[in-house]
Design a protein around this ligand. Structure first.
Ligand SMILES: Cc1cc2nc3c(=O)[nH]c(=O)nc-3n(C[C@H](O)[C@H](O)[C@H](O)COP(=O)(O)OP(=O)(O)OC[C@H]3O[C@@H](n4cnc5c(N)ncnc54)[C@H](O)[C@@H]3O)c2cc1C
Length: 453
């Protein structure tokens, strides 16, 4: 079969890997010049890698790790110490370090030893979070009608632990506050965190997600005969009388004909391309229930090291929610003599919530980031800022607010030759690289199942 895939993020590339492996003729059309979507990385005029966002691989990302191995990138990421590190004022750090015991003792003992939670926090968390630890998928789904903050309070867990521990996790996961995010994804994470020792460890790409993951995927797909076109924006579909796609039309007027068409576009893009004729189907109308979460990523190059932490860090009460010194966590990029780096720290910081930042000049955002950096990393007060960059994404992953989960579409659409992939489509993960990879695998399987090949 000839299969046209629109969008070269992790979802589109994963679908392509599956389909070229089965011997199909695959063409990918990507609107930008760079592949990878929200994971894309590009070099600026100084030779620095600019990330769309700081990206972490979790131990539980089984499908993504299978693809990385499959395309020869299985060694391109590196595990870090198994702990949640919170940067506090004046350079102090708090740490939730899992004990070296089987779950759930690893978490219980680790939690009891944690110094930034009070005894009441610990007691209220063990008691309050218990239903999440023993819960199943059905229970998690049944909690989607309320926000995480509501769920937390209903369970009698302390306000201090909400602010201190979970706020940063909600902001890291979906770039929204605990009183906005649905309880469902948060308690699902607790289940993983509390019951599976390995699934919550973090890894960083040795270089960056572009060079360490997207580029090997591209090479693999092309080595198997897949064709990838950039600067190729999908504009619309023209239909047959039975509502199937006759051909796709790109922005430059090119017509694309294929046996099957996969959208691996973000939901906010595909919902505007869906032909009006298809809106008779609830399946397509439901796409309008999703709203993208705004987020921004800031990178700062310093003339000296301002931290020695080789891991992901969280903080609360700052403009950034999660961050890392990528000159330490990513040993094959951001090093001395790579672009602007001179051996000093290169901080990559995810700024969330970001609604108010989108219209702010970058200079003002940088000033706000630096104020918080000076507070959390005293060594930065004497350091010189060599360079700063900001990438704003007005609509990134879909907002996992209450009651939206039910609208996540299956990969099979009511239109016989049209399929959806993407982190927002239904799979067991929230919007993430793993969710995107799973959606790519599922779309390929369902497409081949439906079209009988
Ligand atoms: C700041 C930030 C940090 C993150 N951190 C993590 C993390 O640590 N771990 C994790 O697992 N996940 C993380 N994520 C989430 C993760 O990046 C996404 O869930 C995942 O990459 C989405 O992949 P996707 O293929 O579904 O969509 P996308 O990556 O959005 O890919 C869609 C592609 O479609 C293209 N496109 C759009 N319109 C058209 C058109 N009309 N024609 C052709 N092409 C089009 C886009 O250019 C894009 O390349 C983060 C996201 C952000 C923004």
């Amino acid at each position: 079969m000839k299969i046209a895939i629109f969008g070269a993020g992790v979802a589109g590339l994963s679908a392509a890997i599956e389909l070229v492996d089965k011997g199909h003729s695959v063409e990918i059309y990507e609107k930008r010049k760079v592949l990878g979507g929200k994971v894309s990385v590009w070099k600026d005029s100084d030779g620095d890698s600019i990330e769309s966002g700081l990206h972490i691989v979790f131990g539980g990302y089984e499908q993504l790790q299978k693809y990385l191995k499959h395309v020869g990138a299985g060694d391109n990421y590196q595990w870090k110490d198994h702990s949640l590190i919170y940067a506090e004022s004046d350079g102090k750090q708090s740490c939730f370090k899992k004990a070296n015991l089987p779950s759930p003792w690893a978490e219980v003992v680790g939690g009891i030893q944690t110094d930034f939670l009070t005894s009441w926090d610990k007691f209220s968390l063990i008691k309050g979070l218990y239903p999440a630890i023993i819960g199943n998928e059905e229970y998690f789904r049944s909690q989607d009608h309320m926000t995480y903050a509501e769920w937390h309070r209903l369970r009698g867990a302390s306000e201090h632990s909400l602010e201190k521990l979970w706020r940063a996790i909600a902001l890291a996961m979906n770039f929204i506050e605990p009183n906005v995010i649905s309880a469902r994804p948060m308690i699902t994470i607790f289940k993983y965190f509390g019951t599976d020792y390995a699934s919550t460890k973090f890894a960083f790409f040795r270089k960056n997600p572009g060079d360490s993951m997207i580029e090997p995927m591209r090479q693999y797909i092309q080595s198997k005969g897949g064709r990838i076109f950039v600067d190729a924006k999908l504009r619309r579909f023209e239909l047959n009388s039975d509502e199937t796609i006759q051909h796709a039309v790109l922005q430059d007027g090119h017509h694309i004909e294929a046996d099957a068409y996969i959208s691996a576009l973000p939901v906010h893009n595909i919902k505007n391309i869906v032909p009006p004729e298809w809106l008779v189907h609830k399946y397509f109308r439901n796409l309008h229930e999703f709203v993208g979460s705004p987020v921004a990523n800031c990178q700062l190059w310093f003339d000296r090291k301002i931290t020695d932490t080789d891991n992901l860090m969280f903080s609360q009460g700052t403009i950034f929610a999660t961050f890392a010194d990528v000159s330490i966590t990513c040993p094959e990029d951001f090093q001395n003599n790579t672009g602007s780096a001179n051996g000093g720290s290169v901080m990559s910081l995810v700024l969330a919530p970001a609604h108010q930042l989108l219209t702010m000049p970058n200079e003002v955002i940088t000033w706000l980031v630096m104020k918080d950096i000076h507070d959390r990393f005293p060594k930065s007060r004497k350091a010189k800022l060599l360079k700063s960059t900001i990438v704003k994404i007005p609509q990134s992953v879909y907002k996992a607010v209450p009651d939206v989960d039910q609208y996540r579409p299956d990969q099979i659409s009511p239109v016989k030759n049209f399929f959806l992939a993407g982190d927002y489509t239904y799979q067991r993960y929230l919007a993430s690289m793993e969710g995107a990879a799973l959606s790519g695998k599922m779309v390929a399987e369902k497409l081949l199942g439906r079209l009988g090949k």
